[in-house]
Design a protein around this ligand. Structure first.
Ligand SMILES: *Cc1c(COP(=O)(O)O)cnc(C)c1O
Length: 467
């Protein structure tokens, strides 16, 4: 399996290289040269498989020669057995006759990002062990990526991690999950700015060839292909349990950077019978505008009770635009350059029509989010988090054939956003025992101005340059 950049001019890489590289050198994102396809029999053959075995089947075509099947299985066992508090890893929970939750938050930091990052940390270690290379992972987080990445990389050989978060705009639980990890290779940076600024700073570091080469920068944001790959697995795992390949399944995905829902798109390209992918946004609705009217234009970010979706620029949308635009790297480069200078882009007809088949979108207002939290509690006995509530609200809004089960991705544990949950339901969800004494532990982080010079100077002080 070979990987190409959406912007057409970065070197073609194999799986190991693409995992360590993150962003492509031409500013694009890596995607497989072609989507692997499973036959109906292949998918039927996944019935009854454990999560780990499903993961091995789904990821094998993407890994190519970089890992043997046994090595891949061993890494999946290490990532998912014991690290997740549920034996099914990502269990399904029924809400009513057609709505289901796919609980993705049973990992160590209580959000779906653990599913991919626990594996990614092990992939880094596997590929760096025995080499002289030292990686500097740089990331921006609106909360959940940071804690999941830090948990996955803390104490690992050959890697330092620098995580930027927007100061004061992540929840206390989210911040403490990052800042109380005191491993010497973990560096938390609170920037005076919002998430989009943090993300833009990270992009600028990658696009600065001098800096990115000197420190061997690597990414764990969902621009990293291996992360998306690990997320494809649970679409198969859930759909097969609900009757695929004989039956079509719809998924509703609380969306921010378009990573999680793009993994669902890939699952569909691989042959999974996905009836619809519902892209659920909060009032930060650039993706809803893009998919409903072709208008991908950046607005102001408004903070909400679902902070992991409070973003305007969705990095992974580029992967979809590339695939739907006939995989023309030159055309996409021009489209993205114009977007970067004008902060807006109009989808082409081909992109709009291509998206319309599989995607639909829905913008959920704060009141509907709160009502859905209360509905899930009152009618189905489930305490859900605000992000999940946005997905579920969209699932209950969009009209679909009534035979199609709708799976809402439950992306965070409700205790991670206890205040919003308590406001809507009157119940304060308890933090699970596995996060331990989070509120008693010492915190460590640095506050840095949201400028390229300040942030790079700070990192240069602490990072290990390439030898
Ligand atoms: C990251 C995150 C999202 C958004 O996922 P994307 O892959 O960025 O679209 C939604 N909900 C929660 C809880 C998250 O942590």
């Amino acid at each position: 399996m070979r990987y190409i950049s959406t912007r057409g001019s970065a070197p073609v890489l194999d799986f190991e290289q693409v995992t360590l590289a993150g962003l492509a050198a031409d500013g694009g994102l890596y995607v497989p040269e072609a989507w692997p396809r499973f036959s109906t029999e292949d998918i039927a053959g996944m019935a009854g498989l454990s999560y780990v075995e499903t993961a091995v089947r789904v990821m094998t075509p993407f890994v190519g020669d970089s890992l043997s099947e046994d090595e891949l299985r061993r890494l999946c066992e290490q990532a998912y057995q014991g690290r997740f508090a549920h034996a099914a890893v990502t269990p399904l929970v029924q809400l009513d006759h057609r709505n289901w939750l796919l609980e993705l938050f049973h990992g160590p930091t209580l959000a779906f990002k653990d599913v991919a990052l626990q594996l990614l940390g092990l992939l880094f270690e596997r590929f760096l062990t025995g080499s002289k290379d030292h990686l500097t992972v740089v990331g921006a987080t609106s909360g959940d990526t940071g804690s999941a990445a830090i948990d996955a990389l803390a104490g690992r050989e050959g890697v330092d991690i620098f995580m930027l978060h927007p100061r004061g705009r992540v929840s206390d639980v989210q911040r403490r999950q990052m800042t109380t990890v005191l491993a010497p290779n973990v560096h938390n940076i609170a920037i005076d700015g919002n998430f989009d600024q943090a993300q833009a700073l990270v992009k600028a570091m990658f696009n600065d060839p001098g800096f990115s080469r000197k420190y061997a920068l690597s990414a764990v944001n969902s621009i990293n292909w291996a992360r998306l790959m690990a997320q494809i697995v649970y679409y198969f795992y859930a759909a097969v349990r609900l009757g695929a390949p004989e039956r079509e399944i719809a998924f509703s995905v609380p969306t921010g950077n378009f990573g999680d829902v793009f993994a669902g798109y890939v699952a569909a390209q691989m042959g999974l019978p996905v009836a619809k992918l519902i892209v659920a946004t909060n009032i930060n609705d650039i993706l809803h505008r893009a998919l409903s009217s072709g208008d991908y234009s950046v607005g102001e970010v408004t903070p909400t009770a679902a902070p992991s979706m409070d973003i305007q620029v969705s990095s992974n949308f580029e992967r979809l635009l590339f695939d739907l635009g006939g995989r023309d790297g030159n055309a996409l480069l021009a489209q993205m350059k114009a977007f970067e200078s004008e902060r807006k882009l109009q989808l082409t007809n081909a992109q709009r029509e291509g998206a319309a088949g599989l995607f639909t979108s829905c913008r959920i207002e704060p009141e509907a989010m709160a009502q859905t939290l209360a509905w899930a509690h009152g009618e189905a006995g489930q305490i859900i988090d605000p992000h999940t509530a946005i997905g579920l609200a969209a699932a209950r809004t969009v009209e679909l054939d009534s035979n199609i089960p709708v799976v809402t991705l439950a992306t965070a544990h409700p205790a991670k956003f206890g205040d919003a949950v308590e406001r809507a339901t009157g119940v304060r969800p308890a933090l699970p025992a596995r996060v331990g004494d989070l509120f008693d532990r010492e915190e460590r982080y640095d506050v840095v101005h949201a400028t390229f010079d300040d942030v790079t100077a700070h990192i240069a002080d602490l990072a290990t340059p390439r030898s």
